[in-house]
Design a protein around this ligand. Sequence first.
Ligand SMILES: NC(=O)c1ccc[n+]([C@@H]2O[C@H](COP(=O)([O-])OP(=O)(O)OC[C@H]3O[C@@H](n4cnc5c(N)ncnc54)[C@H](OP(=O)(O)O)[C@@H]3O)[C@@H](O)[C@H]2O)c1
Length: 241
Amino acid sequence: MNNKVALVTGGTSGIGKEIVIELISKDCKVITCYSSNEENAKNLEKELNNKNLLILKCDVSNEEQVINMFKVIKEKFGKLDYLVNNAGTFIDNLIKDFCIDDFRKVLDINLLGKVICTKHAYPIMNDGGSIVNISSHLGVVPCTESPAYCAAAAGIINFTKATALEFADRKIRANSICPAFTPTPLSLKGWKQEEIEQKLKETPLGRFATPEDTARLCLFLLSDDSSFITGENIWINGGRM
Ligand SMILES: NC(=O)c1ccc[n+]([C@@H]2O[C@H](COP(=O)([O-])OP(=O)(O)OC[C@H]3O[C@@H](n4cnc5c(N)ncnc54)[C@H](OP(=O)(O)O)[C@@H]3O)[C@@H](O)[C@H]2O)c1
């Protein structure tokens, strides 16, 4: 992965941050973006202190900001080898109580944000590049109180398959990952303690997923080790069905 150029959206926290750390450790040039938490961005910059890392402020649901981000990437690096669409948010409520603006916000960031980044990455992606979209266990097995998140996560899986079909002529692969509950700021905000304990009971391997679990699978799917895998969706859930 030496000298490959990778964009990881939402890499200043949780799962995305771990993907950034793993890619940097493989000597990739890594760009990541965030939308609001400057402190996390500064901390990551300090923690890694690496000339191969570039952190940009860009809301993935805002097409103009995404276009500007890719302009910067093109000027600085000239190309992109890997795209990891990871940025996401979580707002929960029952369907009957959901404010439609909140529902739309989840779809805009979690689903459309990946569409917008994929569309604008395409022109600068190298043939043979690889895209990994982070979906969720909830994209396959829905739950109550997270209908917007579930809908976006399910959409990501099929959008990934459509991307794999469309981009195959340039040998650009696209795969999705569905992590189960992974303790991060996003998930800890979204679930009550008793719900979290219940998830653990339902997990045959008896532990939660970690950001490292997803990051390692992500690197495999980006790398040439998975060169004949595209349009696939892979669960990381410790055996939960
Ligand atoms: N944690 C879980 O249990 C779990 C399970 C399955 C799937 N996932 C998925 O994994 C991905 C990462 O989640 P996480 O748990 O690692 O969350 P996290 O720790 O809250 O990190 C989310 C990251 O996304 C960024 N972000 C949020 N909205 C953004 C936007 N509009 N534009 C650009 N960046 C934005 C955040 O930065 P700012 O706050 O500064 O914007 C942050 O860097 C999400 O797509 C989530 O759906 C998580």
